[in-house]
Design a protein around this ligand. Sequence first.
Ligand code: GLN
Length: 492
Amino acid sequence: MTDLTSLTLADAREGLTQKSFTALELTDAHLAAMEKARVLNAYVLETPEQARTQARAADATIAKGDAGPLAGIPLGVKDLFATTNVRATACSKILGNFIPPYESTVTSQLWRDGAVMLGKLNCDEFAMGSSNETSAFGPVINPWRREGSDTNLVPGGSSGGSASAVAANLCLGATGTDTGGSIRQPAAFTGIVGIKPTYGRCSRWGTVAFASSLDQAGPFARTVRDTAILMRSMAGHDPKDTTSVDHPVPDYEAAIGKSVKGMKIGIPKEYRLDGMSGEIDKLWAQGADWLKAAGAELVEVSLPYTKYALPAYYVVAPAEASSNLARYDGVRYGARVNGRNIVEMYENTRAEGFGAEVRRRIMIGTYVLSAGYYDAYYLRAQKVRTLIKKDFEDVFAKGVHAILTPATPSAAFGIGEKGKADPIEMYLNDIFTVTVNMAGLPGIAVPAGKDVQGLPLGLQLIGRPFDEETLFSLGEVIEQSAGHFTARKWWT
Ligand code: GLN
């Protein structure tokens, strides 16, 4: 039999329908692959019993002929999602052994449609990071290596476990969250597809909050079609999240293969950074050529406020984080470190429970929200955010359907290689992705080529609000032209 773990999600769905294999066999193949790949540290919790129970239930629905759209599809879940009776930690010590008594809306919709949960995936602590090095469970290793080297590389972050697991065939797809790039950047670093939907497309209910006005859940998979399949189950209005939008969920998969002829694609000149590597430039031009060959029209566009996006993001996101993370006080959840009185208990718990990056964000956030600095930093950043959003609105008003940019300024780097002396070096990873969160738009990262060291590189397509379908159509054109990217297996 073919290796069941290397199937695409769409092919696995077909094989299950045709009864070429059972959901239980498919799940067992993945559980076995996970066991052999523990060195990657992608999963922080494996849930084989739950997986087999769900797989058996899926087999029963398939036999009866009333299977859901994801019946028997094994998935990984970022540890930022609450899962009933299954530990959820946001990869922070402060949540300790927190076992949620409820399920996030996004994951409950996946199980409703028949998917199987293989386990919980590693991520940066509270989703703060671009390399998955801030996790309390230790770093995740990227299945990709530089040619002729055995240096361990980061998978990107914060959804590094999700990206690594999908790229290493340890699940057919995974959930992620993206506040400033945490789906698109790790997808690019691992040669897979990841989409951040429009803000409000997926419910945030039951997802550990980082920066509530920017956070959005989305899928990872190895093909554009597979992400489209997952999106349909993840998206939708949820009365429990007032920011989720009551907008019909289309059949995203129908967008695959749709002609892109006559579509206008914007190339923003401000994304051509000083000192950007020639490889990234070449990749970008190649992507534009592929879209042109498919009948799209390429136009130069201007997004003048782009240069302020990263600094504004690093005011808004920490501000919201400092407020969201106030709830971790040693009283309600997880870990507690005692003190002589309650204030000391709070202090000890928070000092010990949060890692260095999270503490830095809380301090920055508290500072920019403090009475004397609120106007100078927070209010100003919010004004810049409005201008960034307007930049995009102006471009779309000119009839542009989507915008093409690089996904990241470089390929994956080595563990410990970046951000030690200066955190900004790490923050710069998100230079092409944060604008999209600031504007609330959808963005997809699609693998498009390799760098000189043989590592995958991705392109990003940014769309109009609630027009994920156009991103799937265009993304598939890039995928068809670029081909697929598979890491050489070294871990077993
Ligand atoms: N890397 C960015 C940060 O650290 C974005 C993280 C995210 O999207 N969750 O804030």
